[in-house]
Design a protein around this ligand. Structure first.
Ligand SMILES: Nc1ncnc2c1ncn2[C@@H]1O[C@H](COP(=O)(O)OP(=O)(O)OP(=O)(O)O)[C@@H](O)[C@H]1O
Ligand SMILES: [Mg+2]
Length: 336
């Protein structure tokens, strides 16, 4: 069982305990609140992706870096959800990220992951060695997602993408800033920026539909498929298209929900997109093949449903199903 290859391998270099701290009022200088003990929920982008794939009944493995001090809680969560544990152990504890929920608005405090690691510890190589060991059967899809400790280096996703591609896996990249820019140079099969991340890497505003279409075409120079999410409005899907047909570009509006916390919406959406694009028991698509209308509807439905739960808590599949039924149709652009 252990040696059966995972269909999906997700990398989580910066796991976090997510907790929500309810506050009775929006804080002012000097305030002291007696907050209840916050419940800590194991999260981090790679874990969020693997967890949703596991909810969908897919074989998912999680790699990355796991602080020994919290290995028990994360291992238990992987066990509970049926995710194969391929995380490399590192000294210290997992970071804590807190969302403070106050009547006047929420705010977050995110901490750096494993700041005590140094480049000499080679944490990136350690994580890659565990998730893609020599001689092990490769996953169908490798998901490289989230931020990374300083000690890992921004070029890591490019290196990991090349390794997984050489093994025959389709690589999906969800990163920002330099990690995204450098990762794109390794030509992943899929890239999933949100609007701000795409603007950051391309250097121009995506306010107008024409600008988004230009951005999608530029991103298609690097990735065969682009999933460019735009929060509550919905998501763009672009692929290189079939030979002779030219690029495929569609916008799928998101179903409306009472959003509570958009954190993790993109992770759940990416996982659902990959689940639909690489169905169990069916061959993998050509990386540049157009995206089916149903796959786009499922993806925005999963993202919208995830926005109704706090932090990394996965949404209810029944809600995703209902939102799928309400989603669509896709159209050529965001504007009417
Ligand atoms: N408030 C919302 N209402 C409805 N749908 C939403 C909302 N927020 C997100 N979604 C859905 O989820 C998708 C992904 O959201 P978003 O663009 O915020 O991703 P993201 O910024 O990558 O999120 P994260 O990285 O925190 O997981 C959107 O394309 C949309 O379909
Ligand atoms: Mg995201």
């Amino acid at each position: 069982m252990e040696e059966q290859n995972p269909e999906f391998a997700a990398m989580c270099l910066a796991p976090a305990f997510d907790s929500t701290v309810p506050l009775p009022a929006f804080p002012r200088p000097g305030d002291v609140f007696a907050a209840p003990e916050a419940e800590e929920f194991p999260g981090g982008k790679g874990l969020n992706v693997a967890r949703w794939l596991a909810v969908r009944g897919r074989r998912a493995a999680l790699g990355g870096l796991l602080g020994e001090g919290d290995a028990g809680a994360f291992a238990a969560e992987m066990e509970r959800t049926g995710i194969a544990d391929r995380m490399a152990r590192v000294p210290g504890r997992v970071r804590r990220n807190e969302l403070f929920a106050a009547p006047g608005g929420d705010f977050k405090v995110n901490r750096p992951s494993y700041p005590w690691l140094s480049a000499a510890d080679a944490p990136g190589a350690l994580a890659l060695g565990r998730l893609a060991p020599d001689g092990a059967p490769p996953p169908r899809v490798a998901v490289l997602t989230g931020s990374m400790p300083k000690a890992v280096g921004k070029g890591f996703y490019a290196e990991a993408a090349k390794r997984f591609a050489a093994l025959g896996a389709a690589v999906a990249l969800d990163a920002s800033g330099d990690a995204l820019r450098l990762g794109l140079a390794a030509r992943p099969a899929v890239v999933k920026p949100n609007r701000a991340e795409a603007e950051g890497v391309l250097g121009f505003s995506l306010a107008a539909d024409g600008d988004v279409v230009r951005a999608l075409r530029l991103l298609l120079d690097s990735a065969a498929a682009v999933v460019l999410s735009d929060g509550a409005t919905g998501c763009w899907f672009a692929t290189r298209g079939d030979a002779g047909s030219g690029p495929f570009v569609r916008f799928m509006p998101s179903p409306r929900v009472d959003a509570v916390d958009p954190t993790g919406a993109g992770d759940t959406m990416l996982a659902e997109f990959l689940h639909r694009r690489h169905p169990a028991g069916a061959p993998d698509p050509d990386p540049g093949a157009p995206v089916s209308e149903d796959a786009m509807r499922w993806a925005v439905a999963a993202g919208a449903a995830a926005a109704t739960t706090r932090g990394a808590t996965p949404p209810d599949p029944a809600l995703v199903q209902a939102l799928f039924a309400a989603a669509g149709p896709s159209r050529p652009s965001r504007g009417a």
